[in-house]
Write a protein that binds this ligand. Sequence first.
Ligand code: GSF
Length: 201
Amino acid sequence: MRLWHNRASPFVRKVRIAAREAVVAERIEEIEVMVSPVNVNSELAACNPLVKIPALQTDDGTVLYDSAVICEYLDGFNTGARMFPADQRRWQVLRLQALGDGILDAAVSRRYELAVRPPEYRWQGWLDGQMVKIRNGADVLEREVQDWGERFEIGQITAACVLGYLDFRFPEEAWRQLRPRLAAWYERIRHRPSVAATAPA
Ligand code: GSF
């Protein structure tokens, strides 16, 4: 399998953690690419029409995206605890992943507004609107983290990627200050081998 990736991407990190948890990381060749909404990467565009990472080419040549689809595909190789439960808990787990993905969408959008958009076009209302989603979402994680126990399913994987990305791109946000339970959880989970091996760079 071939993964179009970049270590800065929190969505790619979901896939790289899932690959380690499913014990298939050594079957994945990683192709590092730079991506930007305004500089189309033609090699990536030939495989993923959305020109986004992660994208995974499977052994039969199929190209999968987005991160949720790729992670569930990799879970199919998993002989240990599944990251995507098949029982009635599935909807709770998918909703937690969607919460984390939504926080990441807002955080990446904020990053692009600050790092890609020319300063003279920067829209403070847009930046503020994304931060509302990030903070509201992190507050829900703080309320729900006590229910997670030792689970490390796709919802927790995505939450770890959220918190690592906030530290990486928005350290001034200081998300831990008002979220002590989430901070304690992340202080433990960030040392988990699959999480520690995929820290953003
Ligand atoms: C989002 C991927 C994404 O936005 C997923 O995989 O879950 N729903 C998708 N990736 C960004 C890179 S990032 O994670 O920072 C991306 O590819 N941006 C390039 C672009 O054209 O937006």
